[in-house]
Write a protein that binds this ligand. Structure first.
Ligand SMILES: [Mg+2]
Length: 300
C-alpha cells in the first residue's frame, strides 16, 4: 500500500501572525525583519509586498527601493513560536506521526487513518484558517519529497493577487514521476546552484530530463548523490516521518549593525557567545535524548 504523506506550509507565516495582532496591516505591503540602516533582512513579506518583487532573505534596504511604501514590522519570534505551537497541536490532534521541519512547516503520515484523506486535509486547512487565522498551503503525495514539491507548485500556481495562495495539490500514487517531469531540475532537494549548472551543461533542465538519464551515468557523474538524484527525479523517496530529533549541535550568532574591527569588542562578543553556547550545552544534561521513532521504516 502506498503511503499518504501530507506536507503543510503556513503562507507568509510571520506576516499572518502580525495581521492577527494588527488587522490594519491586512492587504498592505509590509515586511517583517530588521531595519534597513542596520543591515536588516526580510524575514517574511506580505503578498502585497511580493507584488513589488520583495522576497524573503532580501536586504531590507533593497526591499525598500523596490517598494517605497513598504511598512517594516520588527520580528517577534516568541509570538511566532506560540502560534506555531498551536498549529502543531492541531496537527498532532489528527495523528502522532507529525514531523515538524521548521517553525511553519510539517509532514504528517496519514496512511493509517481510515477516512477520505483529501477531505481530511481540506478540513485541516480550513480549521487552521478559521480557528487560528492562519492561511496555509498543502501538498499530498506518497512520500515527503513529492508532497513538499506539491505544496510549492500549489503556491506558485496561485492566481490570487495580494493574498495568500491557499495552495492544495494532490499527487495520486503512481503519478509521482509524471508530476515532477515538467518542473525545473533545481526544485529537487540536493540540486543547488553548482549541480544545477553542471546539469544544464549536460542539457538537463527539467526533473524529467534527469529521470530519463541512465542512472549509471548519473552515478558516474555525481557519485552516490547521482543515485539519489535519479531516484528523486523518478518520484522515489522512502524516508520515514521522524517524530523526534536528537540535537546534534548548538550555536549562537550575532549580526553587527556596522563593521566592527575593534579587537576588544570582538573578543567580548565572542566570550558572550561562548558563555551562551555553554549554557545551552549545560541544559542538555537534564534532557533525555530520545531515539527517532518511525512507523514506516525505510523501504517499508
Ligand atoms: Mg511558509
Amino acid at each position: 500500500m502506498p503511503r499518504v504523506i501530507l506536507h503543510l506550509d503556513l503562507d507568509a507565516f510571520f506576516c499572518s501572525v502580525e495581521e492577527i495582532q494588527n488587522p490594519a496591516l491586512r492587504g498592505q505591503p509590509f515586511a517583517v525583519g530588521g531595519k534597513p540602516d542596520e543591515r536588516g533582512v526580510v524575514a517574511s513579506c506580505s503578498y502585497a509586498a511580493r507584488a513589488f518583487g520583495v522576497r524573503s532573505a532580501m536586504p531590507m534596504s533593497r526591499a525598500l527601493r523596490l517598494c517605497r511604501n513598504l511598512i517594516i514590522v520588527p520580528g517577534r519570534h516568541k509570538l511566532y513560536r506560540e502560534h506555531s505551537e498551536k498549529v502543531m497541536e492541531k496537527l498532532r490532534g489528527l495523528t502522532p506521526l507529525v514531523e515538524q521541519i521548521s517553525i511553519d512547516e510539517a509532514f504528517l503520515d496519514l496512511s493509517d487513518i481510515q477516512a477520505n484523506k483529501t477531505r481530511l486535509a481540506l478540513d485541516l486547512q480550513r480549521i487552521i484558517q478559521t480557528e487560528l487565522n492562519l492561511p496555509s498551503s498543502v501538498g499530498i503525495a506518497s512520500n515527503k519529497l513529492v508532497a513538499k514539491i506539491a505544496t510549492e507548485v500549489g503556491k506558485k500556481s496561485s492566481k490570487k493577487k495580494n493574498e495568500p495562495p491557499f495552495g492544495f495539490t494532490v499527487v495520486p500514487a503512481g503519478d509521482e514521476a509524471k508530476f515532477l517531469a515538467p518542473l525545473p531540475a533545481d526544485m529537487l532537494w540536493g540540486v543547488g546552484p553548482k549541480t544545477n549548472a553542471r546539469l544544464a551543461e549536460l542539457g538537463i533542465h527539467t526533473i524529467g530530463d534527469i529521470a530519463a538519464w541512465p542512472q549509471k551515468e548519473l552515478i558516474h557523474l555525481f557519485g552516490e548523490n547521482g543515485r539519489e538524484l535519479w531516484n528523486h527525479a523518478n518520484g522515489v523517496d522512502n524516508r520515514p516521518i521522524v517524530t523526534e530529533y536528537e540535537t546534534k549541535s548548538v550555536s549562537q550568532e550575532t549580526t553587527f549593525s556596522v563593521d566592527i574591527r575593534d579587537e576588544k569588542t570582538l573578543l567580548k562578543t565572542l566570550r558572550e557567545q561562548a558563555r551562551d553556547v555553554a549554557r545551552q550545552l549545560g541544559a542538555f544534561k537534564f534532557c533525555r535524548i530520545k531515539q527517532p521513532t518511525a512507523r514506516h521504516p525505510i523501504g517499508g
